[in-house]
Design a protein around this ligand. Structure first.
Ligand code: ADP
Ligand code: MG
Length: 351
């Protein structure tokens, strides 16, 4: 997503730290790797951290899923908006969200860290953030790389998972007539970022909730598990870059158009506190909500909702899939008007 950091200045007081231990000696790369090496594993791994490559034997006959995501200081986060713990958590969470969006189960992760000096001092906190999330889903850290970076801290996480029962859920599966549905609520993370950037103020309780949603997002592996259980076709994508952009990925991959109904967009109680237009902007273009967006056959939509409700999870219909009539697109319906949405998610190389 696009984060405009122009208004934020790096806090100079965080400069100059070194990764010193209690005795005051400089910690090196090797003792750092030792310190983050897990003592035990959840999966059968025949070689974890400590050799040239990790080795594991996948369950035979299961499709393996693998994805990677990178967070760059100054592009995806700043020290002022994200603690080292939160950076670790979020870097892993965004990968787990990709696994969820394939309907998969995560098993292992690898981490490539390019630390500036000041972030190396907090390296263990970054790993603690990842480990807390990883333990929750029984993931094992099986390798990575540690290098130094002259300025920006760059954290790249790779997750390996599997499809438990041969089914994966691709973006290209949507068909005209399908109902478009979304898990949870949208726009919270972008509102949290705006609060951290001091561009938005809300009451204390809402502030804590929204900031938390920005810093420590929960990947929707719980929803993925339910979707897997249902025998229907579903096109699936996770919302890392805002609803407009993620919808358009489904539209393009499936050669269809999507019509989103503004009135049906699910928002949290906290987001109701802010102005309607700003709210819509956060939902469509904010991103980092990590909810799942899916298109399912119309006749199955009610059943999906019921199954989610039985499991105390929110799933909302937000629109429908229609014929592309030439060019796939995403449209927003509001009152009696329909307008085409531009993608406007964050594009790293668009000038
Ligand atoms: P090599 O020089 O063979 O690449 P390294 O010294 O980079 O070996 O790594 C040694 C071991 O530590 C490997 O198993 C590697 O996967 C693991 N490792 C290195 N850095 C990290 C890291 N940042 N996070 C997790 N594992 C790491
Ligand atoms: Mg290496």
């Amino acid at each position: 997503m696009l984060i405009n950091y122009d208004t934020l200045r790096c806090n100079q007081s965080c400069k100059g730290k070194r990764a010193r231990d209690a005795a005051g000696t400089m910690e090196d790369e090797f003792s750092f790797i030792r310190s983050i090496t897990p003592k035990k594993h959840n999966h059968q791994i025949t070689m974890g951290i400590g050799d040239d490559a990790a080795r594991y034997r996948p369950q035979s006959g299961k499709d393996q899923l693998i994805c990677t995501d990178t967070m760059v200081e100054g592009v995806h986060f700043l020290r002022e908006t994200m603690s080292p713990y939160a950076v670790g958590w979020k870097a892993l969470a965004s990968n787990l969200s990709d696994i969820a969006a394939m309907g998969g189960v995560p098993d292992f992760y690898l981490v490539s860290a390019a630390f500036s000096e000041e972030w190396f001092a907090d390296g263990k906190e970054v790993y603690r953030g990842m480990a807390d999330l990883a333990n929750h889903y029984h993931l094992d850290l099986i390798g990575g790389d540690t290098v130094s970076s002259p300025e920006a801290f760059v954290l790249s996480v790779t997750v390996i998972g599997h499809a438990p029962d041969k089914r994966t859920f691709l973006r290209r599966e949507a068909k005209p007539g399908d109902i478009l549905m979304v898990t949870g609520t949208l726009g919270d993370s972008a509102a949290g970022l705006s609060i951290l950037q001091k561009k938005l103020s809300v009451d204390k309780k809402n502030m804590d909730y929204l900031v938390r949603r920005h810093q420590l997002p929960k990947p929707r592996l719980d929803a993925a598990e339910l979707i897997r259980r249902l025998p229907c076709r579903a096109a699936l994508n996770d919302i890392s870059d805002g609803l407009a952009s993620e919808s358009s990925e489904i539209a393009e991959a499936s050669h269809v158009s999507l019509v989103i109904d503004r009135d049906q967009l699910p928002v949290s109680q906290a987001l109701l506190e802010i102005d309607q237009e700003q709210r819509l902007n956060f939902i469509l273009y904010g991103g980092e909500d990590y909810q799942l967006l899916m298109a399912v056959p119309r006749e199955a939509a009610e059943h999906y909702r019921d199954v989610f409700a039985e499991n105390h999870l929110l799933l909302s219909p937000i629109g429908e899939v229609v014929d592309a009539e030439g060019e796939p697109g995403v449209f927003l319906k509001e009152a009696d008007q329909i307008r085409r949405l531009t993608k406007s998610g964050y594009n790293h190389f668009r000038k």
